[in-house]
Design a protein around this ligand. Structure first.
Ligand code: NAP
Length: 295
């Protein structure tokens, strides 16, 4: 079987074009420009590149973006004051604090300081609670991106058995919670596996949809899946590769070459889930702007 490639870049492009038009309309009809503040402390190269990607994505669709870049030594107290200021700024509808933060800063304290109405990452316990009980809220971007990628590529989630490998608070757990809701584009039966699961293959072989979110290459191999399975690979792992200019290449958590021979559909890495994550951040920022004016 030749797997269909679930092209996250294309799906993200289509969604961002819809959002660009929505932003134009918000400005014309309501004089409303959605605004996102991205806070970066330190110079971690991966974080710098994520923050740049977010700023460019905002610019492309007409969202106002404010970058708050601060040195590694920025005190926690000043960061909390900055968050309070952003909470009160009417031009800012979304606040994103890039993780990880330096060791001297308590990231929970900082994330909990963000007004839940501006929590476009969906990490505040208030919004996590609302998601858990199936209320409308800001959904965390990576799980929401996975759901949208499936839905927009006409892969039904309803009544399917979804097996998720990984139980982090930003991917595995919220995705499990979202997909088992008694809601449209959900209603799945969900199994969550992790490092203490005995024989992960026993579960993944029963899955209609496998989501690999462990952060380890080859966590899902061909012998662990059934013919026709849909595989969503969330993992982003650097593998040494001297044929590349950078000296490495990116691979996911699934053995793409062999798993794709059995799967009916699979996401590539890169170009699968990654582009969807930023897209859902833009979505949440526009949603927050609309809610701020009830339009
Ligand atoms: P994380 O916080 O490190 O969590 C990894 C989870 O996978 C943990 O629950 C861990 O189990 C489980 N796990 C690790 N190795 C395993 C194994 N061999 N077998 C079974 N379970 C295993 O990672 P994360 O933040 O969820 O991210 C996961 C991956 O997705 C990473 O590669 C990350 O870079 C990537 N990611 C990509 C995007 C994107 O937009 N493309 C966004 C977020 C994350 P325990 O709980 O038992 O330790």
């Amino acid at each position: 079987m030749d797997a269909k490639i679930l092209d996250g870049k294309k799906t993200a492009r289509d969604m961002r074009e819809e959002m660009r038009l929505e932003v134009i309309s918000l400005k014309e009809k309501h004089n409303l420009i959605p605004g996102l503040a991205v806070v970066l402390v330190g110079e971690n190269p991966a974080s710098v590149s994520y923050v740049t990607g977010k700023r460019k994505a905002c610019e492309k669709i007409g969202i106002y973006s404010r970058e708050e870049n601060h040195p590694e030594t920025f005190p926690e107290e000043k960061l909390l004051t900055l968050i309070k200021e952003l909470n009160n700024d009417p031009a800012i509808h979304g606040i994103l604090v890039q993780l990880p933060l330096p060791k001297h800063i308590d990231d929970k304290k900082v994330l909990y300081e963000i007004n839940p109405d501006k929590d476009v990452d969906g990490f505040h316990p208030f919004n996590v609670g609302k998601m858990m009980i199936g209320e409308d809220t800001f959904l965390p971007c990576t799980p929401h991106g996975i759901q949208q990628l499936l839905v927009r590529n006409e892969i039904s989630i309803e009544s399917k058995h979804v097996v998720i490998v990984g139980r982090s608070n930003i991917v595995g757990k919220p995705l499990a919670m979202m997909l088992c809701q008694k809601l449209k584009n959900a209603n799945a039966t969900v199994t969550v596996c992790h490092t203490r699961t005995k024989d992960i293959g026993h579960f993944t072989r029963q899955a209609d949809i496998v989501v690999a979110a462990a952060g380890r290459p080859n966590t899902v191999t061909a012998d662990m899946v059934s013919e026709g399975v849909v595989v969503v690979d969330v993992g982003v792992n650097r593998i040494e590769d001297n044929t590349r200019e950078k000296g490495y290449r990116l691979v996911g958590d699934a053995d793409f070459e062999n798993v794709s021979k059995k799967a009916s559909a699979i996401t590539p890495v890169p170009g699968g889930v990654g582009p969807m994550t930023i897209t859902m951040l833009l979505h949440n920022t526009i949603k927050s702007a609309r809610l701020s004016r009830a339009v």
